[in-house]
Design a protein around this ligand. Structure first.
Ligand SMILES: [Zn+2]
Length: 426
């Protein structure tokens, strides 16, 4: 092999990224216009077909294959290894409270920034289509991120995604806890595992004036809520992050009636697998024993959600250099008990979730994710697109070096094999 033949067939990653960033910058005005359209007409989880069609069309493939209400758009060679970027299609059932002319008026709201992610992905994808990339890009337009069971479970393991030969998955989520122009791309666990609990406390209803003739489930439920907190503060290692939040309490229908039952729902978030395994039975036992003290009963049931979101260390390291090249400052990793179904991709592929800053200095109490006033600035579209491209180029370089290493390993095995040192050697 001559020296010329040993030259890589693609330009160095830095040159590719520079060209992609320049191309994406030219796509940003179109992407911002799309963001406004998506924002004005959001769709709830399970109903995102129009949103998916609009984004697929913007990515140049209106007839891209569907996966439930999502789509997969492949840009580049039709076969062979690829890198995927995930963006979420769904909005929240919230009445928007922002002053912009393009605010939603249909009772749903893009209050988690998914409109920004989708628009940014079109800018990034169109840049890859124009410039080319080290590996094909698969835009994963994922439904139902905010639901349980979530849309990531439709995608991960589906024949359509398996056919893409995905070697790494990249995600970017806007985050108000990170300042504008900054990105968190930390290795390891960054989001918690998520499970939901429903607790039904049953007693004996009756007249509010004669409580001694009843078994008041409201009083019992109040003590259950308090008692459950000791599972985090006294039964969980203080070095392990975990949180149990009771989010709904449904009791009676009248001020002068003691009801028959109270239903509590909540979320349990953990990082340690042993905590995730043991806390549900502790919740059941504590709720049951506490209710029993008030001559009531309590039964708990759990719905399992996503696992811990684990960022691949090699991708995080590679992305840091590319993010800097993209003009984004890499900051201390943001780790929280938030959860994201991107964790399912992490469990199947080397993956990297980045948090792109939309926080404004001096406004620490500004509206957060899922608040009806949350509205990332328009500049976020270009910044998220840059972060996506940085992650994509980083993931391509890691995937290609991994493939090159596997090739070298195979060649080494071939060299050992003829003298009997290969197969079965220990
Ligand atoms: Zn979100």
């Amino acid at each position: 092999m001559t020296a010329a033949e040993r030259q890589p067939t693609t330009p160095p990653a830095s040159a590719v990224l520079t060209a992609l960033l320049q191309a994406a910058d030219q796509e940003v005005p179109t992407a911002i216009a799309l963001r406004r359209e998506l924002h004005a007409a959001p769709e709830l989880g399970g109903h995102e077909t129009r949103t998916a069609s609009q984004v697929a069309a913007a990515l140049g493939e209106p007839s891209a294959p569907s996966v439930t209400t999502g789509r997969l758009v492949r840009i580049g060679a039709a076969s062979g290894p690829s890198v995927a970027i995930r963006a979420e299609l769904d909005a929240l059932p919230l009445t928007e409270q922002t002053p912009v002319a393009w605010a939603s008026r249909n009772g749903a709201s893009h209050s988690c920034g998914h409109d920004v992610h989708l628009a940014a992905l079109t800018a990034a994808g169109r840049a890859v289509r124009r410039v080319g990339g080290p590996l094909p890009l698969v835009a994963v337009l994922q439904p139902r991120e905010e639901s349980n069971p979530s849309g990531a479970q439709d995608m991960v393991g589906s024949p359509q995604l398996e056919a893409q030969d995905v070697r790494a998955v990249v995600g970017v989520h806007v985050h108000p806890h990170v300042a504008r122009g900054q990105v968190s791309a930390g290795p390891g666990p960054v989001n918690a595992a998520y499970d939901e609990v429903t607790i039904t406390v049953r007693g004996r209803g009756g007249h509010a004036a004669y409580p001694h003739e009843t078994r008041d489930p409201v009083l019992a439920a109040a003590h259950v809520i308090l008692a459950l907190q000791h599972l985090i503060s006294r039964r969980t290692d203080p070095m392990h992050s975990a949180v149990l939040t009771i989010g709904t309490v449904q009791a009676g229908t009248a001020a002068n009636v003691i009801p028959e039952q109270v239903v509590l729902t909540g979320s349990l978030r953990t990082f340690d697998p042993a905590d995730r395994a043991s806390l549900p039975s502790a919740v059941s036992a504590t709720a049951g024993a506490t209710a029993e003290a008030y001559e009531c009963t309590a039964q708990a049931s759990f719905t399992r959600g996503e696992p811990v979101l684990n960022n691949d260390p090699a991708l995080a390291t590679a992305a840091a250099a590319c993010l800097a090249q993209a003009g984004l400052r890499v900051v201390e990793p943001l780790r929280s008990c938030g959860s994201d179904d991107f964790a399912y991709y992490c469990a199947r592929y080397p993956s990297l979730m980045m948090f792109a800053g939309v926080g404004q200095p001096g406004t620490p109490d500004g509206p957060g994710l899922h608040h009806p006033s949350f509205l990332p600035p328009e500049e976020a579209v270009g910044e998220v697109a840059r972060a996506m491209l940085a992650g994509y180029v980083a993931a391509c370089s890691v995937a290609l070096s991994g493939a090159a290493q596997a090739h070298r390993d195979a060649a080494d095995r071939m060299r050992i094999a003829p003298d009997g040192g290969g197969r079965g050697q220990r």
